[in-house]
Design a protein around this ligand. Structure first.
Ligand code: DQA
Length: 149
């Protein structure tokens, strides 16, 4: 059974309250419960972690590799656009990362158009709301099938 980590970065603990016109009305708790439930239905274990602190996210990336996590669904929030430390942490682990953004960062402010983590990620999903996280989980599930071929 694959074990997937859903990692959310700064300000995502405020989902539901934070700019609902952009990020929607569902809370982080709703998202985490939905992902764990979906994981169960898909025979995958989903574990969740959110932090507003860069170092804690980096520690979690390292730990993911050490504890045998098979894939990481990661929304690094604003760190996406400038954290070389997070980029290096992703580059330094073998565990694949799918980068997710709730909003379509490419039709927002220019500083959001650049992701420093995209070049070291397996793929990126942006602009599909919370559905993006579910699609990332599905992608890891389908990969499992490919590995067995
Ligand atoms: C975000 C987009 C980022 O630019 C922003 O800083 C966030 C959320 C998204 O999910 O759309 O915090 O990653």
């Amino acid at each position: 059974m694959k074990k997937i980590l859903m990692l959310n970065g700064p300000n995502l603990n405020r989902l539901g309250k934070r700019e609902p016109g952009i990020y929607g009305v569902r809370t982080l708790k709703d998202l985490e419960e939905r992902m764990i439930q979906l994981g169960t239905e898909m025979q995958m274990e989903v574990v969740c972690f959110q932090s507003n602190h860069e170092g804690e996210l980096i520690d979690k990336l390292h730990e993911a590799e050490d504890t045998g996590i098979d894939g990481i669904i990661f929304n690094p929030g604003a760190f996406t656009h400038y954290s070389y430390a997070i980029r290096d942490a992703i580059a330094g682990i073998a565990c694949p990362v799918i980068e997710v953004h709730i909003s379509n960062v490419y039709k927002r402010e220019e500083f959001r158009h650049k992701s420093v983590v995209a070049p070291v990620s397996k793929g990126q999903i942006a602009g599909l709301g919370l559905l993006g996280y579910e699609l990332a989980l599905d992608a890891f599930k389908r990969e499992e099938g490919k590995e067995e071929e």
